[in-house]
Design a protein around this ligand. Sequence first.
Ligand SMILES: *Cc1c(COP(=O)(O)O)cnc(C)c1O
Length: 469
Amino acid sequence: MTTSPEAPLRAALDHALDYLRSLDSAPVGATKSLADLRAALAKPLAETGVDPVQVIDDLVADTAGGLAGSVGGRFFGWVIGGSLPVALAADWLTATWDQNAGAYATSPAAAVAEDVAGTWLKELLGLPATASFAVTTGSQTAHVIGLAAARNFVLGAEGWDVEQRGLFGAPPIHLFTTGLRHITVDRAIRYLGFGLDSLQPLPVDETWRVTAATLDDALTTAPAGPKIVILQAGELSTGTFDSFSELIDIAHQHHAWVHIDGAFGLWAAASPRYRHLMTGAERADSWVTDGHKWLNVPYDCGFALVAHPDAHRNAIGYSASYLPSGTEMRDPKDWNIEMSRRARGFAPYAAIRQLGRAGVAALVDDCCRHASDLVLGIGDLPTVETLYAPTINQGLVRFLDPKPGATDADHDCRTDAVIAAIVASGEALFGGTTWQGKRAMRVSVSNWRTTDEDIDRTIAAVQKALGTA
Ligand SMILES: *Cc1c(COP(=O)(O)O)cnc(C)c1O
């Protein structure tokens, strides 16, 4: 094969730019069926190879219609951010440089860029400068890191070295959180060997939050021993924040570790307008957040932050004779779960550097304003019930069946049918959920690319779907 090594790269750049240019006109959701995608992609394993440019051209042709348009401005499903061009560019370089960012020794520049990105992140989010951190694949792995540090710390306080002795025979750990927690919390609890039975669900009040009295009561009546409280900055469907000041005081009075899930909500702290929602959160013991959601860094990028670096390092770090380490530099291997790993720090470094404090605040504020405009605009249409008007960037609406005597089950069907009609139109994408026993449409805005026109165009698409569903 005589193709130049640059040829597939040039082809990819052209395809990438074409893709980004197509966002305004292409359908937002995937349009191809599973069978179509299999038929296109499942080629027989070639005996002899294929020209690399052909491979890239085919990859683009064969995935077309099967990609979610989450990079574009009218994708409001789940909580999925887009990617800032600067972060995408840094990500291209990350792949080009192909660093193993596992240790300082294997990529000094990756280690330092990551160190700086983490320092900026703590400044932006108002977290203690002394907190340790890891740049992770997302909040799922960040939960594992934060809760592993918690496990080390709360058992250490009981005189039990969990890293050496394991969990068998250890004092049982009691975890407290609400039923509105994200499912990744449960998985982290399983991975770490706590067992789901160690989790005591806390009831919430009518604003979906744990009250001080509830937490105090739960901690007071729990058996003596190590405790972990998991709070939320940004509940999945409503974006609700727990009352950190009160709850963290109570938890600490009971010597419990406080872990905050702020996959997207932690970013509220970067905006003077929304910062009040995070008051007191800086006194928690560990936090998780994502770069790939609200910071608009390409997948995958998240952060675990820990107020007790020794517990973090003891739980996660390692040393090996063939990997020199020093005390002067921050070494990713002391804080991250992986050994070999992508240099995930370059993309958030680039995003934060371009935006600065004001730019990150504007990104947060714009998403919140767009979420509010979207929910209010949709809520004004006939037969729409607003279930939750956004406090930040998340809201919920429901579509009512207009027929006389319609039941909740009819409204549920209608809601799913309207969501499907919007998605089928290709104009916008939303997901459904069951909220407090009712089917609802989630409205989530986390993309830098969303404009006022996108919001108007989406409201028009919803109006049209109400007529066709
Ligand atoms: C998305 C999300 C997570 C999981 O984050 P990943 O980056 O997907 O691992 C955890 N908690 C909340 C509240 C989330 O929105």
